[in-house]
Ligand binder design. Structure first.
Ligand SMILES: Nc1ncnc2c1ncn2[C@@H]1O[C@H](COP(=O)(O)OP(=O)(O)OP(=O)(O)O)[C@@H](O)[C@H]1O
Ligand SMILES: [Mg+2]
Length: 395
């Protein structure tokens, strides 16, 4: 059973916490006592970099979870904590078992790193075999390498005798993936495994990885900041920012109902348009226009309160008639400045600046949308998202 439970995990790099306190805290955890709180004398809390800040995550047995977030948000650190490669505060469980004192090599994990991390002194087969030698299971090597080659498919066997420094990036990556699955892991961890490959190889390899995951139903954690990878690889995704897991769910659910402005402004290519507004009697003033929210929204906000309105680019309707229509609600008059064509999506993105804010609308590629001329945009009420200004939380 390899469900993963990350409970209130924090990780601070470069902290100068007194070693005596660190040791006390560790002991208290091992024997299940409440650890002593640290005091001002122990270390200033702003010391170092807080890479994980009370992160929580549950991954179901057999599930593929993608961890998505901007650079520096703590994705790799979270993966390394789960693998047992970093010290941390909080708890990590595999199934029901607390992993605090279980060394990485005994955790049944296969890891694939961005930089492959092949052992340079061994040819590919030696890389696959290393784990079995380390565990004194040499007799299994030939059979496992044979099975793994079969799984890895066409051309893989030809790589087995090659040294890492003679392999291309894509070939190294295949060997690294093979090495991870060869040991029959209960848990597969990937940290941006495709980011050093060119675009074409990236898109074919992510499909291969998805096939592998489907075939074995191994619990998988996959770190990326590529949303296309996230939609293919992940059954669900976890969105991180500044050391915290902000939202977990299937891509389409998180996309439809982002929990806060960070997720709204991150998920989607391009992400949701977000605008500042102010609540007035039964409506919201934003972008020099009036918006009528669904009545339930007004139950949660007071007159004069600031609020953030969001709308996805594809939910903005571009009305061709540009008749003056200043009175109607949920419409804007906007002149687009330039267009970005996306032929493979059969779409175009239209860019504008409205009342100092950037706005992007999406339209079918073949539609002729005039530029630099005011057009009427309609923002349907049921497509609007509302967030608290101070907390960023969805209303
Ligand atoms: N060994 C380390 N020593 C000090 N600080 C570190 C160390 N590793 C990571 N950090 C810091 O911790 C924070 C989180 O880093 P992490 O590598 O987990 O981010 P990430 O989400 O994987 O980013 P990226 O997408 O760029 O790989 C960053 O501010 C980083 O500078
Ligand atoms: Mg990283």
């Amino acid at each position: 059973m390899a469900s993963i439970h990350v409970v209130n995990v924090s990780k601070r790099f470069g902290e100068t916490l007194a070693p005596s306190l660190r040791e006390q805290q560790r002991k208290a955890r091992v024997i299940g006592r409440q650890p002593r709180e640290r005091t001002a004398e122990d270390a200033p809390p702003e010391d170092g970099v807080l890479a994980l800040d009370n992160a929580n995550l549950d991954v179901r047995d057999g599930e593929s979870m993608v961890i998505l977030g901007p650079s520096g948000c703590g994705k790799s650190t979270l993966l390394r904590v789960i693998a047992g490669l970093e010290s941390y505060e909080g708890e990590v469980f595999y199934g029901g078992q607390n992993m605090r004192d279980v060394p990485p090599k005994d955790r049944g994990i296969g890891i694939v790193f961005q930089h492959y991390a092949l052992y340079p002194q061994f040819e590919s087969k030696g890389n696959l075999a290393f784990f079995f030698k380390m565990h004194k299971r040499e007799t299994e090597i030939d059979e496992r390498v044979r099975q793994t080659s079969q799984i890895m498919g066409l051309g893989f066997e030809a790589l087995l005798g090659r040294m890492p420094n003679t392999l291309s990036g894509g070939q190294k990556q295949r060997v690294a993936i093979a090495r991870a699955i060869c040991r029959n892991p209960k848990l597969l961890l990937f940290d941006e495994p495709l980011s050093n490959l060119d675009a074409q190889l990236r898109s074919s390899t992510r499909v291969e990885i998805r096939r592998l995951i489907n075939r074995f139903a191994i619990t998988t954690l996959y770190v990326t900041h590529d949303q296309a990878e996230a939609t293919i690889i992940g059954d669900r995704l976890a969105i991180m920012d500044r050391g915290r897991v902000l939202q977990v769910g299937a891509y389409r659910d998180v996309y439809a109902q982002p929990a806060n402005t960070f997720v709204a402004g991150f998920l989607g290519v391009p992400p949701m348009n977000l605008f500042d507004g102010v609540v007035e009697d039964g409506r919201i003033i934003a972008l020099n226009a009036r918006f009528t929210p669904p009545p339930r929204i007004l139950d949660f906000v007071a007159r004069g309160q600031r609020i953030v309105i969001g709308i996805r680019p594809e939910d903005i309707a571009i009305e061709m008639d540009d008749a003056p229509d200043a009175g109607s609600h949920n419409t804007l008059r906007v002149a687009f400045e330039f267009v970005e064509r996306l032929p493979s999506d059969r779409a175009q993105l239209l860019h504008a600046t409205v009342d100092g804010a950037r706005l992007i609308a999406r339209a079918p590629l073949e539609r002729e949308v005039p530029l630099r001329r005011p057009l009427r945009l309609s923002l349907p009420q049921d497509r609007l998202h509302f967030f608290h200004s101070e907390t960023g939380m969805r209303i």
